[in-house]
Write a protein that binds this ligand. Structure first.
Ligand SMILES: Cc1cc2nc3c(=O)[nH]c(=O)nc-3n(C[C@H](O)[C@H](O)[C@H](O)COP(=O)(O)OP(=O)(O)OC[C@H]3O[C@@H](n4cnc5c(N)ncnc54)[C@H](O)[C@@H]3O)c2cc1C
Length: 300
């Protein structure tokens, strides 16, 4: 059976940063069987969800990529919910509200997919993906198709075992709690309200927090103290209201963002001797300068 694939796919407008280039081939699996078939055929193929945490190179990517957009089924049985990896967080939050099920209200406010959120162990407003997870259906070359229980998922701050062990998330099962719909709705509105005040909207294309918070101090505060808010490189600038966001203000290119990240990271390293670690991911293999910058940015 043949897979649905698009060649020379311009990914820029699929990313929340509105930055990216042409990918040689992009697959859009619609079922677990099709997904696994592609993974078996192309073992190291990158898998991406809603591209809200990934900087894609403006030079594009030489190779194949899977986008999970068409893996979007949700099933509910009592208080147990299973969501495919491509389901968008805000959609899942709204659907759970309709079912009067609580535990995923935080997903309303940011544009991740279930797969990306499990991979990153996304969190907000005092809730976290790993709080309500029971198990994750994963695929890896070593283990094949396996259901992994929450305590084996290695969830930690903005990471999970997926990252270390190359696990691909196919779906996740959550155990939620019954709660009156009005209370869930109110909680989601409060979460959205908080965001409007503290984070850039997608009208200013961005990728969420750029660096992870070190143990000692929030990254935003460290960056603000080194004057990050004043810096703009090409079309990318540090957001004026919070220094841990980079916004695409004028047709920014991936190199602009990487130079900007390098500059603000090195200012923090010089002043505080703290090495900020990128929270965002990077996809690109065509430009030597970018590869060098990314290696430097992720050096431990
Ligand atoms: C405005 C804005 C606000 C944000 N606020 C928050 C916030 O409050 N809290 C928070 O935690 N994050 C936040 N983010 C960041 C982002 O939304 C999350 O990290 C989210 O979990 C990423 O999901 P995604 O599908 O977009 O991932 P992508 O960017 O597509 O991918 C991110 C990583 O996950 C991997 N991945 C994606 N899908 C799969 C899969 N099925 N299997 C295995 N690996 C996979 C990718 O390979 C990549 O390494 C925000 C982003 C934006 C733009």
């Amino acid at each position: 059976m043949s897979e649905s694939v698009e060649k020379d796919f311009d990914i820029k407008n699929y990313t929340t940063f509105k930055i990216g280039g042409v990918i040689d081939e992009v697959f859009f699996p619609e079922s677990v069987e099709e997904f696994v078939r592609i993974l078996q055929k192309y073992p190291n193929i990158p898998v991406l969800g809603n591209l809200s945490n990934t900087l894609v190179s403006s030079f594009g990517y030489n190779g194949k990529v899977i986008l999970t957009t068409k893996m979007n089924k949700i099933s509910v049985e009592g208080t147990t919910v299973t969501a495919d990896c491509g389901v968008k967080g805000p959609k899942l939050a709204q659907e759970m509200c309709k079912c009067a099920l609580s535990g995923l209200e935080f997903m309303i406010g940011f544009p991740g997919s279930v797969g990306g959120e499990v991979y990153m162990n996304a969190s907000a407003n005092g809730q976290c993906v790993s709080d309500k997870i029971v198990s994750v259906l994963c695929y890896s070359r070593k283990m094949g198709l396996t259901t992994i229980k929450k305590d084996q998922m290695g969830f930690d701050y903005r990471t999970s075992r997926c990252e270390k062990d190359g696990l691909i998330v196919l779906s996740a099962e959550f155990e939620l709690e019954q709660r009156p719909q009005e209370q869930i709705q109110k909680q989601m509105e409060e979460n959205l309200d908080f965001r409007r005040k503290h984070q850039p909207s997608l009208a200013l294309p961005n990728c969420g927090s750029v660096f992870k918070n070190p143990m000692c101090n929030p990254a935003g505060r460290l960056l603000e103290s080194v004057g990050a808010k004043e810096i703009m490189i090409g079309g990318a600038r540090v957001w004026r209201n919070h220094s841990n966001f980079i916004v695409n203000v004028d047709n920014a290119k991936s190199l602009d963002v990487l130079y900007l990240m390098s500059e603000i990271k090195s200012r923090v390293a010089q002043m505080y001797n703290i090495k900020l670690e990128p929270e965002i991911k990077f996809l690109g293999n065509k430009n030597k300068e970018e590869i060098k910058l990314w290696q430097k940015l992720t050096q431990k």
